[in-house]
Ligand binder design. Structure first.
Ligand SMILES: Cc1ncc(C[n+]2csc(CCOP(=O)(O)OP(=O)(O)O)c2C)c(N)n1
Ligand SMILES: [Mg+2]
Length: 289
């Protein structure tokens, strides 16, 4: 099984990833406005990394999601679920109607990821549990002799959770080099900026001290994301983490700036139309350049 986009040259791949991410943000707006709840800004901050994983980094074939040897993605910051669902829809795992059933009773797409949902690799949403699950998956894959690589995204708010650091310690101890993590470093958590609520700096030094390979990247720059993904596959003997600088709400100007969209908020139908119009223009702008 190959990664998506493996046959494209680099400029083509970068354009294709931007296009997937742009469409995924539109899916997020549509499904959360329809549901009337969800975490749009958290989904947007993760959008570019998730697009790069599903459409370039991971060996993921939507027609073979049961393959035990495919790569896995664990969205530890489970409230960002709409971006995961957007990627799975974009990849063809489920249809538009299923996507639009987000948060409805009986829908497979609940507000936080559930491993019973096709294509979803872990149940998450209680913050702090995803890195342990990812490590368990990584060690399990190694024991089975599987080529499966395990990708995870954790949030900066989750670095306030003890379990994150227990998993960090264990991953280095067990030399889990098939584990590749992105830390969505948007400097924000529910109650305000991470600096004010619980200072994490020097964050990269902390992960290094725990024995990880650490890179600091721009989490909205596909080139930097792809370079990290390539290098993480080459590191031997230790897990790797990219501390990815991101922005909550990234992609739509008034969502990036607006205080009213700070955390668990969705766009009302009028704002959703404005957001979609802005995202549609991004395609035109790229097409013209
Ligand atoms: C154990 C636990 N405590 C509290 C919450 C409620 N909660 C949901 S999102 C969130 C924090 C959001 O900030 P961050 O984790 O940095 O994610 P971001 O949206 O910035 O990516 C909190 C405290 C939770 N889901 N789980
Ligand atoms: Mg955060």
């Amino acid at each position: 099984m190959k990664a998506h986009g493996a046959d494209l040259n680099r400029p083509e791949l970068l354009l294709q990833l931007a296009e997937h991410a742009r469409r995924m943000r539109i899916h997020v707006v549509r499904m959360t406005t329809r549901a009337g709840s969800g975490h749009v800004t958290s989904a947007f901050s993760a959008a570019d990394i998730v697009a790069a994983l599903y459409f370039a980094g991971m060996r993921f074939d939507p027609t073979r999601i049961e393959d035990p040897d495919r790569d896995r993605f664990i969205l530890s910051k489970g409230h960002g679920a709409p971006i995961l669902y957007a990627a799975l829809h974009e990849a063809g795992v489920f249809d538009q109607a299923t996507m639009m059933s987000l948060r409805q009773p009986g829908s497979p797409l609940q507000g936080h990821p559930c491993c019973r949902t096709p294509g979803v690799d872990a149940t998450s949403g209680s913050l702090g549990i995803g890195l342990s699950q990812a490590l368990g998956r990584a060690l399990g894959a190694r024991m089975r002799g599987s080529p499966s690589r395990i990708y995870a995204m954790i949030s900066d708010g989750e670095c306030d959770e003890g379990e994150t650091w227990e998993a960090a310690l264990a991953a280095a101890h067990f030399r889990a080099d098939n584990l590749c993590v992105f830390l969505d470093r948007n400097n924000a958590q529910v109650d305000g900026s991470t600096d004010r609520v619980m200072n994490l700096e020097p964050l990269a030094d902390k992960w290094r001290a725990f024995g990880w390979r650490v890179e600091e990247i721009d989490g909205h720059d596909f080139s930097e994301i792809l370079d990290y993904l390539r290098r993480s596959g080459e590191y031997a003997g230790a897990p790797s983490i990219a501390i990815a600088r991101t922005q909550k709400g990234r992609g739509v100007s008034f969502v990036e700036k607006g205080d009213r969209y700070r955390h668990a908020s969705v766009l009302d139908p009028e704002a959703a139309e404005r957001a979609i119009t802005e995202l549609e223009k991004q395609k035109t702008a790229r097409g013209a350049s």
